[in-house]
Write a protein of this length. Structure first.
Length: 296
């Protein structure tokens, strides 16, 4: 039967706190005693630098070089599925390279757009074309693993969905009754969220104190092994990133928006395929990573 229940603090939560505080309440006095013993040994604690410390310090500038690969800019994209860009027929949406170039060139001359780039900018033009929907979707799916431009990801998803549209539209899933089941998750009431955060910190101190079961030498040995393993994993991950696949049409240029529009309109088109997605990567600063990635 249904019955009325009054809220009360769970005894299990109180038991966890009581047991934890039987140790944590002694932390302050114990640590003060230890610090007193260490103070008399402070003059004997003379530690030299690691054998690789100086070599590593000389390479700290690599962080700045890595961050220099990042560039701030904007991406302008045209695709068959954009309103007033692609040609919509009963058989689907289409956009050939010539039209894509024409639309991008016209947009660079759109003075009504307040976000139109001003001054001298660097530009990398990128284009993917195909004559059929299936290879177009496959190319984009592969390329977005390396070059996940948001607009390209959206076009890839839409093109992939269209390849299975003929099959999917005949599938009628059963309707779900209301109310709906939600995915399983932790049942969090407000006091429980707070106790997990606050008392969790208390338990973290207990775990730290218990970690003294391993002496300093053992910890250093474990740290050395962990660092060596981590460096091997990092190197393997970086090498895996180098295995990029796919190809695009691209070229680099620079100048103001009017100059870019002229250069783009004079660039011609690589083919006359019916499906095209093209983007302009625009930045006031050079884009060395994208230049190298796209074979510039």
């Amino acid at each position: 039967m249904w019955h009325e229940s009054k809220l009360s603090w769970p005894s299990r939560a109180q038991a966890i706190q009581t047991q934890a505080e039987s140790v944590t309440d002694q932390v302050g006095s114990t640590m003060n005693e230890a610090l007193g013993r260490l103070s008399s040994l402070q003059s004997d604690a003379q530690f030299g630098r690691h054998a690789l410390s100086s070599d590593a310090e000389a390479l700290l500038g690599l962080r700045a070089e890595l961050e220099a690969l990042l560039s701030t800019g904007t991406v302008l994209t045209v695709s068959p599925y954009q309103f007033n860009v692609g040609t919509k027929l009963e058989s689907g949406s289409y956009l050939n390279p010539q039209t894509a170039v024409k639309v991008l060139s016209a947009k660079l001359r759109d003075f009504a757009d307040k976000y139109r780039p001003t001054g001298n900018v660097h530009c990398i033009a990128v284009m993917v074309t195909a004559s059929q929907l299936n290879p177009f979707a496959s190319k984009l799916t592969q390329l977005t693993q390396v070059l996940p431009l948001p607009d390209w990801c959206q076009v890839a998803r839409q093109a992939q969905a269209l390849t299975t549209n003929e099959v999917d539209k005949f599938h009628q899933p059963a309707g779900i009754r209301q109310p709906r089941f939600k995915p399983a998750a932790y049942l969090n009431a407000n006091p429980l969220r707070s106790v997990l955060a606050v008392q969790g910190a208390q338990l973290a101190i207990l775990e730290s104190l218990a970690d003294d079961a391993t002496d300093v030498i053992g910890k250093l040995q474990a740290l050395a092994a962990k660092r060596e393993t981590k460096l091997s994993v990092i190197k393997a991950q970086i090498d895996a990133l180098k295995n990029v696949q796919g190809s695009v049409y691209s070229f680099s240029m620079s100048g103001n928006a009017e100059s870019l529009a002229t250069q783009l309109s004079q660039s011609g088109a690589p083919n006359n395929h019916s499906l095209t997605v093209a983007s302009l990567l625009l930045s006031a600063e050079p884009m060395p990573f994208f230049d190298a990635l796209l074979g510039g």
